[in-house]
Ligand binder design. Structure first.
Ligand SMILES: Cc1ncc(COP(=O)(O)O)c(C=O)c1O
Length: 408
């Protein structure tokens, strides 16, 4: 079948050459600006599809936040199907743009938000809500009653493990045994407007934790050992829960699992019908350090070098687009072009001024290219993103923020 987006695993230009071309391609553009290298993005589309081994990837929209790029990924072909949204309001906004098959990955009980959701569903939008406890069922049933509609829901299955001194995974859902899953399924019968259509079991501790971080040999060995220990147990737990639901008569349309960092192991779980991923398409710096794969940096922002406090220092305008989560240096964006620049420990990436050191030949007026630590999130600081092909700007498209969307 001919793909709408032609993406291959052909080698790209060496990174330094690509970065130089990207920076040169921004000549005359107002800075700061966000940019995506389509050569790298398309190469990542192909590489992620290959790692998913035939199971479709539902796009984690929080890791993209640009409707045109979500569409580009969906146009790649059957390897990408459906959207994994991060908020109900976002799901409705995307549905209003004509996007379909939307699963909201995180629950809410807010009546005002659920009213918008039920109105969208009542007008034929295909959006599935996430639940993991009876409060979620109550809130959804109340909203469904008000709108006179029925709603599709999915169960969020907990894939974390409590080890001595370590919670290996994330704190999200309480559904960590087949018994608890079945108890919620039994309760669901008291909510006549809600229908279970799928489950999601996201193993964040495998998908989202790097295990080849430079300078962290010991930590890498521990993380690899923990991942190797947890991977079969995640699969076994997910399989048991899915089997129990199916035996009880649940008609599950999908079993979602994984993320960019676990495509291969999650796809190997026979209970999983689809994967959920997004970050790998942009490959921010946090996704550089996995032993199993290497995708291409595709998302950047560019700043103006606007002043110099003296030889060896150059200061850029803007830059403090720091990633969320547990704080640390690894959450800072990194300058990547001109090569050899680095942030200053005592200032980091600043709210309006970001000093860099390491070169004497970068001068006031130059353009400095950065990579964000996490995908998607930094785009909430930009109204639009420039799309470049072979170092030339081919399009400027709105981000969520540029659409006037701000969900959290
Ligand atoms: C529920 C869920 N699924 C999948 C993912 C994977 O997304 P990504 O590939 O962007 O890491 C995430 C990311 O946090 C998530 O929360």
């Amino acid at each position: 079948m001919k793909r709408a987006v032609e993406a291959t695993l052909q080698p790209l230009l060496p990174q330094a050459q690509r970065y130089a071309k990207l920076a040169a391609g921004l000549q005359g553009m107002a800075l700061p600006c966000a940019l995506v290298d389509l050569d790298a993005f398309d190469s990542n589309l192909a590489a992620m599809a290959q790692r998913a081994a035939g199971k479709p990837i539902r796009l984690a929209s929080k890791s993209l936040r640009v409707p045109a790029l979500i569409r580009r990924a969906l146009a790649y072909g059957p390897a990408y199907s459906g959207i994994l949204c991060y908020s109900v309001a976002e799901a409705v906004a995307l549905a209003e743009q004509g996007m379909d098959d939307i699963l909201v990955a995180y629950p809410t009980c807010q009546p005002a938000v659920l009213d918008v959701f039920t109105s969208a569903v009542a007008t034929g939008r295909h959006i599935v809500a996430m639940v993991d406890c009876e409060q979620h069922l109550l809130a959804l049933q109340a909203a469904a009653d008000c709108a006179g509609t029925s709603l599709e829901v999915a169960f969020d299955l907990d894939m974390s493990f409590d080890l001595p001194g370590l919670h290996f995974g994330v704190y999200r859902s309480p559904l960590n045994t087949p018994g608890k899953v079945m108890a919620l399924y039994t309760k669901l019968k008291d909510y006549p407007s809600l229908q279970l259509v799928g489950v999601m079991g996201y193993e964040a501790q495998i998908a989202g934790v790097g295990d080849a971080v430079p300078g962290k040999w010991v930590e890498n060995q521990v993380v690899r050992w923990l991942k190797a220990w947890a991977t079969p147990r995640v699969a076994a737990r997910r399989q048991e829960m899915v089997a129990a639901l199916r035996q009880a008569g649940a008609l599950l349309r999908f079993v979602n699992g994984g993320g960019t960092g676990s495509l291969v192991s999650t796809a190997a779980d026979t209970s999983v019908t689809e994967l959920g991923a997004g970050s790998g398409l942009y490959t921010p710096t946090l996704f550089d350090y996995y032993q199993d794969f290497q995708h291409e940096p595709a998302a950047f922002f560019a700043l103006e070098a606007c002043r110099s406090a003296g030889t060896g220092s150059i200061t850029c305008q803007g830059g403090g687009y720091v990633a969320s989560g547990a704080a640390g240096k690894h959450k800072l964006p990194q300058p990547v072009w001109p090569a050899g620049l680095s942030l200053l420990g005592q200032e980091g990436a600043g709210e309006v001024q970001t000093p860099l050191f390491g070169r004497t030949d970068v001068t006031v007026g130059d353009t400095v290219l950065f990579r964000p630590a996490k995908a998607g999130e930094y785009l909430d600081r930009f109204n639009s993103v420039l799309l470049l092909r072979d170092g030339q700007i081919v399009e400027q498209v709105p981000t969520y923020r540029g659409m006037g969307w701000q969900f959290f």
